[in-house]
Ligand binder design. Sequence first.
Ligand code: ADP
Ligand code: MG
Length: 238
Amino acid sequence: MGRITLDKVRKAFGDVEVIPPLDLTIEDGEFVVFVGPSGCGKSTLLRLIAGLEDVTGGQIRIDGKDETAVPPAKRGLAMVFQSYALYPHMSVRKNIAFPLRMAGLDRAEQDRRVAAAAEVLNLTDYLDRRPGQLSGGQRQRVAIGRAIVREPSAFLFDEPLSNLDAALRVGMRLEISELHKRLKTTMIYVTHDQVEAMTMADKIVVLRAGHIEQVGSPLELYRAPRNLFVAGFIGSPK
Ligand code: ADP
Ligand code: MG
């Protein structure tokens, strides 16, 4: 399960209100993209959902349960970081198993989950290598594997592909979409890239200065952008 509800969630850093009160529902299994220009609050919103930042006001519910004050490790969500967050001195196997070792899972369960994730990500033959011996795409898959083994109710991605070259980005987009089809787990994906938003999302949330300009499917936003900001951002003809 992975239905996430934000109810008047707001965030201020000191006197600066970065996210004014915001309501949003993400349905179980949805692929939701937060899109908007740099500095509009995408990462902050994702970090609030993950529990990496405390809300200044409002409530976050996951599958109906109030998780507003629950620490990140207990929310059952997994944040996917860019591949440079891997440990270079550890094997792929150890990198993927890392969150499970931290959580104190027994060795057999760790091995079972790592094998299952490696299978989904086509990394089975690479488990004994180190990140430095992998391609950029394989390294990014290891970073995703580290999230998969936690068997989260939702995956949270913050511009995971922004450090990859253009060709690799296209491939990784397809891989993440394919992963969503296979796992059917809720995914929230932050990007400032319109093409990623339009090609990957079930639902796009267009953000501007911390508030939601429009929510809709790529086709809805393309056909009926609410204003010029949305039209300009999505690249639709209004
Ligand atoms: P985005 O991810 O869309 O580029 P962010 O969520 O990173 O935007 O930032 C939104 C706004 O909040 C920016 O103005 C940024 O400077 C500010 N901000 C983010 N994190 C902090 C922080 N820890 N302290 C103060 N201001 C912050
Ligand atoms: Mg950001």
